[in-house]
Design a protein around this ligand. Structure first.
Ligand code: ADP
Ligand code: MG
Length: 359
């Protein structure tokens, strides 16, 4: 990888995700990968960020609250988001710096102009010389190794914590896109609600996420181990929680089938977004996509059977990108390393969203 140059000293790329924030430093690689969480005290001061803050989630003493400033794919809390960015950037950058960094930040394609401005200001406030924004689907596609600048249509579906972004890209631009506020968090919430309703058991968000990862599935029917190449896994999960009636701690065994059924509704929303974008896609590009397939990125791409389900519902081949959780930061990394050549794919600090007219 290129070593730091005078103009590129400590330039960094940030994947500001709703669940995880990753920072790439030029010539160094990914130097930070932490949950997008902050803990604030009663007076609103941030007392912990990232991993330190996530550890306290759900077990904070009174007066301290933990929150996810980007929870729903938009910046829900400007102040907290800014403080989190500053703290994480401080952590990622060396203490002794000679030049201010140029920073490339990936933001969800649905964020408003005001939110863009807030991100730019926060990053500048944290010590950036210049700030350039890249829309997440673009970064995800670059990170997944797709030929975004060529005159071929390609489709990425980035399933993060708060949102699912579906986009068709061609010639360095987003041709058509959809962002729905249903992602990994909604899947967790569906598991949590199911366990409460069916088993009268209250469980934490972290447990719900664990259940989803361990036995969750997006397929219509159980996926046989040899069907998608994924390793064998247990078919039940034992969760600990608090009985809703007696208030006492209790364990409960959950079957794979009931978890799959619990996830059906949010999965349907994700599938629907993909279908809509395919429907809106200009015919030539649709042809390219039928040939080259849909590429899944983001942590939600790891949900068992999602590739299979999308293939069945659309008839289009589906590929889960390698290391889907890192796709966006890998795209940001390329934007940092090849800034001059990829500059056209980024938007300036104050510039409006660059969205080419439909073909
Ligand atoms: P964001 O870009 O919004 O920060 P990420 O791409 O980091 O989101 O993905 C985080 C989401 O991916 C979380 O909802 C998490 O539960 C989910 N996730 C991570 N691993 C898995 C897995 N193995 N199966 C299902 N979901 C997963
Ligand atoms: Mg993301």
């Amino acid at each position: 990888m290129a070593s730091s140059t005078a103009s590129g000293t400590y330039d960094i790329g940030i994947d500001l995700g709703t669940a995880n924030t990753l920072v790439y430093a030029r010539g160094k690689g990914v130097v930070l990968n932490e949950p997008s969480v902050v803990a604030v005290n009663a007076t609103g001061d941030v007392v912990a960020v990232g991993l330190d803050a996530k550890r306290t989630l759900g077990r904070t003493p009174s007066g301290i609250t933990t929150m996810r400033p980007l929870r729903d794919g938009v910046i829900a809390d400007f102040d907290a988001a800014e403080q989190m960015l500053r703290a994480l950037m401080r952590k990622a950058l060396p203490a002794r710096r000679f030049a201010k960094p140029r920073v490339v930040v990936c933001v969800p394609s649905g964020v408003t102009g005001v939110e863009r401005y807030a991100v730019v200001e926060s990053v500048k406030g944290a010590g950036a010389r210049e700030v350039h924004l890249v829309e997440e689907p673009m970064a995800a596609a670059i990170g997944a190794g797709l030929p975004v600048e060529e005159p071929y249509g390609c489709m990425v579906v980035d399933i993060g914590g708060g949102t699912t972004e579906v986009a068709v890209l061609s010639m360095g631009g987003i041709v058509t896109a959809q962002s729905v506020r249903t992602g990994g968090d909604a899947l967790d919430a569906a598991v949590l609600a199911h366990v409460k309703k069916k088993h009268s058991l209250l469980i934490g968000e972290a447990s719900a996420e664990d259940i989803k990862k361990a036995v969750g599935s997006a397929a219509w029917t159980p996926v046989a181990a040899d069907e998608d190449g994924a390793p064998e896994r247990p078919t039940t999960y034992t969760v600990r929680g608090r009985d809703n009636v007696s208030g006492l701690p209790r364990i409960q065994e959950l079957a794979e089938d009931e978890v799959r059924e619990a996830l059906a509704e949010p999965v349907e929303i994700i599938v629907g977004a993909v279908r809509r974008v395919l429907d809106e896609c200009p015919p030539e590009l649709a042809g390219d996509i039928y040939e080259r397939g849909i590429h899944l990125t983001g942590g939600g791409a790891l949900l068992r059977g999602l590739d299979l389900r999308l293939r069945q519902e659309t008839g289009v081949p589906v590929t889960v990108a390698e290391e889907p959780l890192d796709c966006v930061v890998r795209g940001a990394a390329r934007c940092v390393e090849e800034f001059e050549t990829l500059h056209a794919l980024m938007t300036g600090a104050a510039a409006p969203v660059r969205r080419p007219a439909r073909l």
